[in-house]
Design a protein around this ligand. Structure first.
Ligand SMILES: Nc1ncnc2c1ncn2[C@@H]1O[C@H](COP(=O)(O)OP(=O)(O)OP(=O)(O)O)[C@@H](O)[C@H]1O
Length: 478
């Protein structure tokens, strides 16, 4: 873990060095760069954390072209072509205090109060292909997707679409509850299609990113770049479309994007938590288009499939875990594959913290508090937030709010982690719940707590204790 951090830091230093040679990066801009905490590279994207929107704005506009160029120059080291900025007001507590760079009107830096959208120095000159990052996660391929009764049809349909884009089923609409593999299948389509048709232009986007992109394009008067990004492609995959519910203008933008792509024989893949007919807050013309091609669902996996998923996961992580242990975990956790994977992480974290092998004794100890809930006995985020607040002796508002104190920030991240693990809520929904935070903030909280559980016994114990309290409370009250 710390090696990984070092590597990220070193890669970022190389990027900074490259940028320091760039005359467009004037001295006042260095102040903003000093505020950046590099978080790591995922699917060709360098994730950067900054403490406020203003700094994010500077990176996304004035520094965008130099940064992309610097990434290109150093790509061999880190593999990132592009970057994404995550605003995390809490990061200030983790890091030494840094002052926001002084405002320099001559350099064209605006104060947050006066901040109008700042035009990019390169504006629309950036070639769409540069920005048109596929955003595919290398971890999600068909090779590591386990096929079972619950997903056989969805798997076959996605393979068919990757093999014959816009010829097999267009659009392909995959629906199902959270954590059952829809996102994984989308990324797998992308990888497979790119291996079959080198040069094919693929773009994966969450509905929230699509919305933000659309809103920013209006605010910055960059409609044509938006269109190029979403229309000059061969396969567009849009995840969790239910997030566009009630957003009339973004739906309109998607409607036109969809029509253009479809008219030009380009593939569209959509996922959702509900089938088109049950999606409320969408115009009929939109819903009827969703039904033009093929609609397929993913269901909760049966025991055999759950065991196979765990086995594959253990293999890919090079974890030596006896079959009986995998079977035991699979029998205890039945609802959601994300939770299944989370449980495997807990078991291996416990073993590594205690320096003991993973065996039945250990797994029984770790899972003794895991209470399986039946299907209609769903944990609500309110249960999680109330229990977490009480456990850490905080108020519920502390968890929803924006306090930067380290203790509150970590408690909030634990609550987000538990929402991700124990409910079916998507990342954007959890973000909304916690005071309208961005889904990337939830993604980081999730990763951070997952990592901390492997490293710090206290965090491991807190998460375990809380999970059991939430489930117990739920069983008694629910
Ligand atoms: N059949 C499978 N084989 C292997 N891993 C799987 C399978 N199905 C799901 N997973 C894993 O389970 C986790 C959750 O899956 P994924 O994120 O694709 O779910 P989702 O349906 O898109 O959920 P959400 O709607 O919340 O985004 C991922 O780590 C994924 O790799």
């Amino acid at each position: 873990m710390s090696n990984q951090l070092d590597e990220t830091q070193q890669s970022w230093q190389l990027v900074l060095d490259a940028m320091s040679q760039d005359s467009r990066v004037t001295p006042p801009l260095h102040g903003f760069l000093n505020l950046v905490i590099p978080k790591g590279v995922m699917a060709g994207t360098f994730y950067l954390e900054v403490p406020n929107e203003f700094t994010a704005g500077q990176l996304n506009t004035r520094m965008k072209a130099p940064l992309i160029q610097a990434l290109g120059q150093t790509e061999q080291t880190h593999g990132a072509k592009t970057f994404a900025v995550v605003v995390n007001p809490e990061m200030i507590d983790d890091e030494p205090e840094v002052e926001l760079p002084a405002t320099d009107p001559e350099a064209g830096i605006y104060t947050p109060e006066t901040a109008a959208p700042i035009p990019s120095p390169v504006g629309e000159q950036i070639h769409p292909a540069r920005q048109n990052d596929t955003r595919l996660n290398p971890k999600y391929s068909f090779d590591n997707f386990v096929i079972g009764q619950s997903n056989r049809f969805a798997h076959a349909a996605t393979v068919a679409v990757a093999e014959a884009p816009a010829k097999a089923y267009n659009p392909l609409f995959v629906y199902g509850e959270s954590g059952l593999g829809k996102t994984h299948l989308m990324h797998a389509i992308g990888h497979y299609a790119m291996s079959l048709y080198p040069g094919i232009r693929v773009r994966y986007v969450s509905s929230e990113e699509f919305t933000n992109d659309f809103i920013n394009s209006i605010a910055n008067n960059r409609g044509s770049a938006f269109q190029a990004r979403y229309r000059d492609i061969d396969i567009l995959m849009i995840d969790d479309i239910q997030f566009l519910q009630g957003k009339a203008e973004t739906q309109e933008a998607f409607f036109h994007t969809f029509n253009t792509l479809h008219d030009h024989n380009k593939q569209v893949v959509i996922t959702s938590d509900l089938p088109p007919k049950a999606l409320t807050g969408f115009e009929d013309r939109m819903r009827s288009r969703f039904e033009w091609g093929l609609i397929t669902d993913v269901q909760a996996p049966d025991l055999e499939t759950r065991i196979a998923i765990l086995r594959k996961k253990a293999l890919s992580e090079k974890l030596l875990i006896p079959d009986e242990v995998l079977e035991f975990i699979a029998s205890k956790v039945s609802s959601n594959i994300r939770e299944l994977e989370g449980t495997l992480i807990r078991v291996t974290a416990f073993a590594s913290l205690n320096r003991t092998p993973v065996d039945m004794n250990l797994v029984q100890t770790v899972l003794k508090d895991v209470i399986t809930l039946d299907e209609d006995n769903v944990i609500s985020p309110v249960d999680i937030i109330n229990t977490t607040a009480a456990y850490f002796k905080l108020s519920v508002d502390d968890l929803y709010g924006s306090s930067r104190s380290q203790a509150i920030a970590t408690s909030r991240q634990i609550a987000m982690y538990l929402c991700r693990e124990l409910t079916n809520l998507s990342l954007p929904k959890i973000g909304q719940l916690f005071g309208g935070r961005d889904h990337t903030t939830v993604m980081y909280a999730n990763k951070k707590i997952g990592d901390l559980m492997q490293e710090r016994r206290s965090i491991y114990n807190q998460v375990t204790e809380l999970t059991s309290r939430i489930k117990q409370g739920h069983r008694f009250n629910g």
